[in-house]
Design a protein around this ligand. Structure first.
Ligand code: BTN
Length: 259
């Protein structure tokens, strides 16, 4: 039986981080960890505060989608106060940290699909949502929301079964959420400190993308683009080559792999 009780002490004990996880708040159930993290940030919570819920009743995804996070999954939000130049890199940071923590925590190899979905065998195992408040050049706060399908039986969720997977489904056994969360916080700290010290994580993120070189469809607002994902720019935008040779630069969107 996998030990799966989450508590601030079990998460932070001997974690060895200095910023991420300075404070951890665990709830049995929340509408969304994003809302509580936002309230905490507005009250000046210490950087690296983590809000975790065993389940979310109104978890939200990108583009106003619903995010399912029943018991057994990981739903957490991390409060950061980055410099404004590092804001676009948080997407890269979060997806890399998740991919690394899944690999270290379970041995499973995952891929990142632009901009920040983490996939195993072409199915989504994790979603990332970044919300921030910025005034001019000042970042009031940024919140990284991470949802990982850990111990989820996909047959219980037919609405996502064709496109999603979980760590337990991939491994055929239950997985310790505690282990994955601890690895995740360690990875977020490593990448965040590197970023704040002036380092770049762009190259590592670019090289981890499963999207590049693939034929894709990208939905961005009301526009649908088709083409080959040629490259990504340092600000995280996608460079898409169309069949007529022209190039589009797409800042945000939802990608479907077509080949
Ligand atoms: C997406 O792929 O659309 C992003 C999903 C983000 C889900 C996480 S779970 C923790 C945090 N709380 C939320 O309500 N959403 C994010």
């Amino acid at each position: 039986m996998v030990e799966n009780n989450l508590s601030p002490a079990s998460i932070t004990g001997n974690l060895g981080t200095h910023v991420i996880g300075q404070r951890v708040i665990c709830y049995p159930s929340l509408a969304s960890t994003m809302d509580v993290a936002k309230q905490e940030a507005q009250l000046g919570a210490v950087e690296g505060t983590v809000v975790i819920a065993d389940e979310q009743t109104m978890g939200r995804g990108r583009i106003k989608r619903v995010w399912l996070s029943p018991k057994g999954s990981i739903a957490l939000s991390i409060i950061l106060y980055p410099s404004v130049v590092n804001l676009p890199s948080l997407i890269m940071l979060a997806s890399l940290a998740v991919a690394h923590s899944i690999e270290t925590g379970t041995g499973l190899r995952s891929q990142i699909k632009w901009p920040n979905d983490v996939l195993i065998n072409d199915r989504k195992v994790c979603g990332i949502l970044i919300e921030s408040s910025v005034r001019g050049n000042i970042v009031d706060y940024a919140i990284i929301g991470i949802g990982i399908n850990v111990n989820l039986r996909l047959s219980d969720f037919p609405e996502i079964q064709p496109i999603a997977t979980s760590l337990s489904a991939e491994l055929g056994r239950d997985v310790s959420r505690l282990r994955v969360i601890r690895q995740l916080l360690i990875e977020v700290e490593r990448l965040y400190l590197a970023l704040q010290a002036g380092g770049s994580i762009y190259e590592e993120w670019r090289d981890s993308l499963v999207t590049l070189g693939r034929r894709v469809q990208v939905k961005s607002g009301k526009t649908i683009y088709e083409g080959v994902a040629e490259s990504v720019a340092r600000d995280g935008s996608l460079l898409l080559r169309h069949s007529n040779g022209s190039l589009s630069r797409i800042v945000a969107g939802d990608t479907t792999l077509r080949d």
